[in-house]
Each structure stands twice: as structure tokens, then as C-alpha cells.
Design a protein around this ligand. Structure first.
Ligand SMILES: Cc1cc2nc3c(=O)[nH]c(=O)nc-3n(C[C@H](O)[C@H](O)[C@H](O)COP(=O)(O)OP(=O)(O)OC[C@H]3O[C@@H](n4cnc5c(N)ncnc54)[C@H](O)[C@@H]3O)c2cc1C
Length: 476
């Protein structure tokens, strides 16, 4: 094994570390395959005589067997479904949430046919986005019209309606979540009426619906604000953990987007800074991306798994081989990363000013308790907003995302760190793993009862509830 040859960039670091443990034979049975029925022909026969397949989320930690699946072709058909519904309905986007927002044994409804971007207007810098549109479908379409999205999450495979429902976010001290890009939206209530809301029309509904967790109704379309098309330069580099924590606020202020990946058990941290760039300043021959270190890092991570007492040393050894990397491209090409390693995730947002301190305590706890995790921890700054149930409601936030491979036990790890988030007044990401219930949410969100009021108006019969929504909203 020649570690001198290890040259990794940050995407390879994430990719290889995940693949390595799976390849090491730790994958065995996944959470999904161990729980979903394994008959030769999966699923059940639905009311229309057709087979209804079981559903599972992206990581496999959530699954269900719906009684029926519906995919309306347009708003009229959706309204008809809601008007005649006799059983609860849960909406699904692309199934990228780790919490129990989606599962139902009743009706699972997808807006996959209500997709596309319309009315992109360079004068107003606005565009209409159907809720079933994947975030990845926004980029090219807007670019063709001379426009770009303002900001984007780590990946872009979510449905717009799903991203909106949970305040999905990227990073940037002056940039809010995807929900804050929304100028107005259309949402169907449980009677099948389609309501229009914005900051000036049905404003309470607008403030609730921009982080709705699928509990108010079905969002069909949103008008979003955009920017003139722009290019980005992304630079990533490894530094010591101490430097990363010390300089976090300075680097945040110096860049349009800044995020960090801390390495559990290691002494290093990867910084990623992204800024707009004039296309004229993009080098004619952009630097070649560092070679594929998949095999080398796989070997490294295998050793970590089997020789846990060498974990810290090996992580540091691997990290010290990570080379700086610079990428250039149209905004949407730089924003969207591919995550082909499956993992489970807990994310809390703490007030921006205590973020590095909270991250330091988490890293210290992992070392002190010798928690068996090597998956990098992602930390991002996001601007505060006015959305009632947004983790960034009225405060600038620092989001800390802790992951473990989908086939590893994440529960002990997350149980050890969740109280640290509470100590720093953290608010969980609605789409990621947490253990909070309504009482704790009511204490964290001053407009929680207003959200409940709007929910009761939109859905008096409880059509859009499942067990998880009842728990987090406190509905008996
Ligand atoms: C690999 C990966 C990377 C991620 N990266 C980020 C990140 O960078 N930043 C971040 O903030 N989050 C991130 N997430 C979390 C993810 O963005 C959210 O969980 C998001 O809600 C998932 O969108 P979805 O389309 O998959 O929705 P689903 O998970 O399918 O559904 C989420 C919620 O949206 C509701 N919903 C969906 N469509 C509608 C609709 N039309 N009307 C009303 N309600 C609807 C559902 O009922 C449910 O409550 C990531 C997740 C994964 C798996």
C-alpha cells in the first residue's frame, strides 16, 4: 500500500470514504432491504387493480407500503383527487428526506408530472417553477434565458416542492434558503381549492407555506426570484482543524459562499470557498482535477474500519494528501454535486456566532467518546429569514451536518451529539434525523401556534397527516 501516492480532492474524499466501507463487506444488508418485504413480486394490489410498489427514501431508513400512489397530470386532476379523497394523503418529492415526513400506508401523491420552468423573464428576474421540477432542471432552463438561481443546496436532485417544504439551503452569509427565493406560490388545500399567496396576498399562509413540511396542502407552483446568469469559481483546500475553526467567520465574510468539512478523529478541515467570476478571468486551460484516488482511499478506510485504534493517525495521513483544487463553470454546474454514497444525516442549525464553538465541542466529543465515525462533518453559514418554521427564522445560522454511512449504526452517534446541539439552542433540519416533538418545536419557534392555526384552516379534517407530522406538530 503506497500512501505517498494518495492525492485526493474533496469530492473524491467523500466518495471514496463511503465506497470503501461498503466495499469492505460492511454493507451486508441495507436498512432498506432488511425492512422492505422481499417477496418475488413486491407490493400490493391497489383499488384500481394495479400493483402498488412499496416506497423507500434515498438512504433506505424510511419506507412504507402505500395503499395507492397517485400522480396527477395537472392542477385540475389534483383538485379532483383532493375533493374526493377518503383517506390520508402524503405528498412525496424525490424522497431525499431522512425524517419520517413522507411514509404513509394510505395515499402517496407525487407531482412528478407537474414539472418545468415557465415565464422566465429577464426584466423582472423572475420565473414560475412547477413543484415537481427537480432542482437540477432549473439550471439549464434559466441559463438559456440569461438567468441563474440565487443559491442552491449541496445536491440538486430534490423536487422543488420538497426543497421548499423543509427550507432546503446551500451556504452564504448573505444568502437565504431556497424558500427565501420564492416570491409567491400556489397551494391546494384539503378541499381541492387552489390558493395564491405572497408577502402581500394571504401573507400568513405565505409565511407558513414556505416551510410547510407537507402539512398544509399540496404546493403546485412557485414564482422565484433569480439573478442575471453568472459563473462561479470554487476553491477547496485542506487546513488544520484549529485554523478552520479560528478563521471560520473571516472566511465566511470574504466569500459569497463558504463551507467547511471537518474530519472526525483528525486534525484537519477542508475549506470550500465559492465566488462569482467574470468569464474573461477563467483560465483558458483550467487546472486538471486531481486523479482518481478511489482505490487508495478505499484501502485507507478499510484499514480504519478494521484497526480502529489507528483511526486518527490514518485519517490525518489521508487528509494530508488532499491537494487544493479549483473549478470554474456556469453557476448551476458548480452548485450541484453528485452524492452517490448513501448515508443518513442529522443536521441542526445553531446561531451563527456560536457555530464554530458548537462544531469544536462535537469534534471533541467524537474523539473523547471514541465514536466510530469517519464521515466528514459539513458546516455552513446561511442568512436568517422570516419564514415561520425555518431553522433560520430571525437569526443567521450555522448548520452542522453529521453523517454516517447508510449501513452503519447512526443512532448511537447522533444520540451522543444531539444534546450538544440543544445546548447551543439548535433547531433541526425538518428533513433530517432528530428526536424532537411538538413541545420542543413550540419552544424553538415563536410562530409555531400560528403555523398550527393555518394548518387547521387549510386541512380541518387532517387529510395531510401521518404519524411523524402528528408528533412534530402535536396533533392528537
Ligand atoms: C444526498 C442529500 C443531500 C442533501 N443536501 C441538502 C442540502 O445541501 N441542504 C439542505 O438543506 N438539505 C439537504 N438535503 C435534504 C433535502 O434537501 C430535504 O430533505 C428535502 O426536503 C428533500 O426534497 P425531496 O424533493 O426529496 O422531498 P421529500 O423528501 O420527498 O419530501 C419532503 C417533504 O416535502 C413535502 N412535499 C414534497 N412535495 C410537496 C408539494 N408539492 N407540496 C407540499 N409538500 C410537498 C413532503 O410531503 C415532505 O413533507 C439533502 C438530502 C440528501 C439525501
Amino acid at each position: 500500500m503506497n500512501f505517498d501516492r494518495i492525492k485526493l480532492n474533496r469530492r473524491e474524499l467523500l466518495k471514496a470514504s463511503g465506497a470503501a466501507l461498503i466495499a469492505a463487506g460492511t454493507a451486508g444488508t441495507t436498512a432498506c432491504s432488511s425492512n422492505v418485504k422481499t417477496e418475488e413480486t413486491p407490493g400490493i394490489i391497489g383499488p384500481d387493480g394495479k400493483r402498488v410498489l412499496p416506497w423507500s427514501n434515498w438512504s433506505g431508513n424510511q419506507h412504507c407500503q402505500p395503499a395507492q400512489r397517485l400522480v396527477p397530470k395537472n392542477e385540475d386532476e389534483l383538485a379532483g383527487i383532493l375533493k374526493t379523497a377518503r383517506q390520508p394523503i402524503r405528498c412525496v418529492g424525490s424522497g431525499h428526506s431522512f425524517s419520517g415526513l413522507v411514509p404513509t400506508d394510505q395515499t402517496l401523491l407525487s407531482l412528478a408530472r407537474l414539472r418545468g420552468v415557465e415565464n422566465a423573464d429577464l426584466n423582472t428576474m423572475e420565473a414560475d417553477v412547477w413543484a415537481g421540477t427537480r432542482l437540477s432542471q432549473l439550471g439549464d432552463k434559466l441559463w438559456d434565458q440569461g438567468m441563474s438561481v440565487i443559491n442552491m443546496s449541496d445536491i440538486d436532485t430534490q423536487a422543488f416542492g420538497g426543497a421548499l417544504a423543509t427550507s432546503t439551503h446551500g451556504t452564504g452569509k448573505d444568502l437565504g434558503t431556497i424558500s427565501t427565493q420564492v416570491k409567491s406560490l400556489r397551494i391546494a388545500n384539503s378541499s381541492g381549492d387552489i390558493l395564491h399567496c405572497s408577502a402581500t396576498q394571504n401573507a400568513d399562509l405565505f409565511n407558513a407555506a414556505r416551510n410547510n413540511i407537507g402539512a398544509l396542502g399540496v404546493v403546485t407552483q412557485a414564482r422565484i426570484g433569480t439573478e442575471k446568469a453568472y459563473y462561479l469559481k470554487e476553491h477547496s483546500w485542506m487546513m488544520s482543524e484549529e485554523e478552520g475553526l479560528e478563521r471560520a467567520a473571516e472566511l465566511r465574510d470574504a466569500h459569497r459562499h463558504y463551507e467547511m468539512y471537518a474530519l472526525p478523529h483528525g486534525d484537519y478541515m477542508l475549506g470550500i470557498a465559492i465566488d462569482k467570476i467574470d468569464p474573461a478571468d477563467i483560465p483558458e486551460k483550467p487546472p486538471v482535477e486531481s486523479g482518481d484516488a478511489y482505490e487508495a482511499f478505499r484501502t485507507l478506510a478499510n484499514v480504519v474500519d478494521y484497526l480502529p485504534f489507528l483511526r486518527g493517525w490514518l485519517v490525518n495521513f489521508g487528509a494530508s494528501g488532499v491537494e487544493p483544487e479549483t473549478r470554474y463553470g456556469p453557476s448551476h454546474e458548480i452548485f450541484g454535486n453528485l452524492r452517490d454514497i448513501r448515508f443518513n444525516e442529522m443536521e441542526y442549525t445553531v446561531p451563527a456566532e456560536v457555530g464554530p464553538q458548537c462544531l469544536r465541542e462535537i469534534l471533541h466529543t467524537i474523539k473523547k467518546q471514541n465514536i466510530p465515525v469517519v464521515f466528514p462533518i459539513e458546516a455552513r453559514y446561511i442568512k436568517g429569514d422570516d419564514v415561520w418554521l425555518s431553522p433560520f427564522y430571525q437569526r443567521d445560522g450555522f448548520s452542522i451536518s453529521c453523517h454516517n454511512f447508510h449501513d452503519k449504526d447512526y443512532k448511537k452517534y447522533f444520540a451522543a451529539i444531539e444534546p450538544i446541539f440543544w445546548k447551543y439552542d439548535g433547531r433541526p433540519h425538518w428533513g433530517k434525523i432528530h428526536t424532537l416533538a411538538a413541545k420542543e418545536f413550540a419552544a424553538r419557534y415563536e410562530r409555531f401556534n400560528d403555523f398550527l392555526r393555518i394548518r387547521a384552516e387549510m386541512d380541518p379534517q387532517g387529510l395531510f397527516l401521518n404519524d411523524h407530522i402528528r408528533k412534530v406538530l402535536g396533533i392528537v
